[in-house]
Design a binder for this molecule. Structure first.
Ligand SMILES: [Zn+2]
Ligand SMILES: [Zn+2]
Length: 383
């Protein structure tokens, strides 16, 4: 038998004790706990103070260093909107026409993911195919909308902004009005994996400022207006902001700012956007097969995430009731993803999913097109 990553994973699975126990604890997100004021105040400090040990594997070398920003050269035909993305040129491909900047990425950030999540929705970060016709489009000529649209009352599905590192930013609120940050669904960088196994932020990725400095926006809202950090580009305090965290800045242009409490990013769209099916349209879709979320213990806290091989092989650990479980997933030679579950209750099993169908976070139940891809439920091994 040829030794592949997938086979190795399976072998590890088979070594485990094969006791299958169906767990009946549906993952519930009811009953939000609220972050203390201190947690919220410490948030950017936490994001910027992560040590090398917390950044996984190969990523350590590209760990941002506060105060050390990368300068980018602007050629005559480069739209100004491209500049912050160019700082992350290892992760992002750019192209543009007169109307749009197209941002291609796989949606996987350089920093560690998932660690610190206390309300895990059972999804895993997996590389996406945000490229070609499935790239992100930032309008280059934003126009103020006749009636600005609030993200408090809509746009619960899909992204509302695009971070400079190629990771989308979703509405901080769910359609039930729950604040994903306060309800501890997010990792230490303000992100998590959504229903398309797509990693995204729900709050401002302020850690990107370590590479960008205050002069660059950290993201662009999907209406085309930039989102700066907590200060003006010149480092001065922001003036009065509107309900969407925006204002006309010192240079006379409208822009948004980040904030430490809701709305965190753009609280809606000052500019014109098209809305379809509860999200900004068009926008890329996840290319992975739809499957049921993994049901971890309700009290699970994600404690570890390793990149074993970039874009191909990952391991996530979580703790519940003092015991550690792990899920390892890797891409096989024919493009399939094999998940290997080794749970603290003795369950050992695997699941394979195949790329090729689409899904997205917040799809209405039953309303989404069925995936074309193959899907198998976790299968216990018995001996
Ligand atoms: Zn999400
Ligand atoms: Zn401003």
């Amino acid at each position: 038998m040829k030794l592949t990553i997938g086979n190795l994973c399976l072998a590890i699975c088979l070594l485990g004790l094969a006791v299958f126990e169906q767990r009946g604890n549906a993952h519930s997100l009811e009953g939000d706990e609220v972050h203390s004021h201190r947690d919220v105040v410490d948030w950017p400090k936490n994001l910027l103070s992560l040590g090398e040990g917390e950044i996984s594997g190969f990523m350590a070398t590209s760990l941002p260093t506060a105060g050390k920003t990368k300068s980018v050269k602007r050629y005559a035909d480069t739209p100004v909107q491209a500049l912050p993305f160019q700082v992350f040129s290892k992760a992002v491909n750019l192209r543009w026409d007169e109307n749009h900047l197209f941002v291609e990425s796989n949606g996987m950030p350089e920093h560690s993911m998932m660690v610190g999540i206390r309300r895990w929705i059972g999804r895993f970060p997996m590389p996406q195919s945000y490229r070609g016709r499935n790239a992100w489009a930032i309008p280059l000529n934003p126009k103020p909308a006749a009636v600005p649209r609030s993200a408090r009352t809509g746009f619960y599905r899909g992204a509302i902004a695009m971070a400079a590192n190629g990771v989308p930013i979703f509405n901080p609120l769910t359609n039930g009005g729950r604040d994903t940050f306060l309800s501890k669904e997010l990792d230490r960088f303000g992100g998590h994996a959504g229903n398309g196994e797509d990693y995204h932020y729900h709050i401002a990725p302020l850690h990107l400022q370590a590479q960008l400095g205050p002069e660059h926006p950290i993201a662009y809202a999907l209406d085309g207006y930039p989102i700066y950090g907590l200060t003006e580009p010149n480092g001065q305090a922001t003036g009065r902001l509107d309900a969407f965290n925006g204002h006309i800045g010192p240079n006379g242009d409208y822009h948004y700012h980040s904030s430490m409490s809701y709305p965190y990013v753009n609280g809606g769209f000052h500019g014109v956007v098209q809305e379809r099916g509860g999200q900004v349209d068009p926008q890329p879709r996840s290319t992975l097969s739809r499957r049921q979320p993994f049901r971890a213990d309700r009290n699970a806290v994600i404690t570890g995430f390793q990149v074993i091989e970039p874009n191909r092989h990952y391991r996530l650990q979580y703790a519940a009731q003092g015991a550690v479980s792990s899920v390892e997933y890797s891409k096989g030679e024919s493009g399939e993803w094999r998940f290997c579950f080794r749970l603290s209750n003795g369950f050992v099993g695997e699941e394979t999913i195949v790329e090729g169908s689409s899904t997205g976070e917040g799809q209405p139940p039953g309303g989404a097109p069925r995936g074309r891809g193959d899907r198998r439920r976790p299968r216990p091994h018995r001996r």
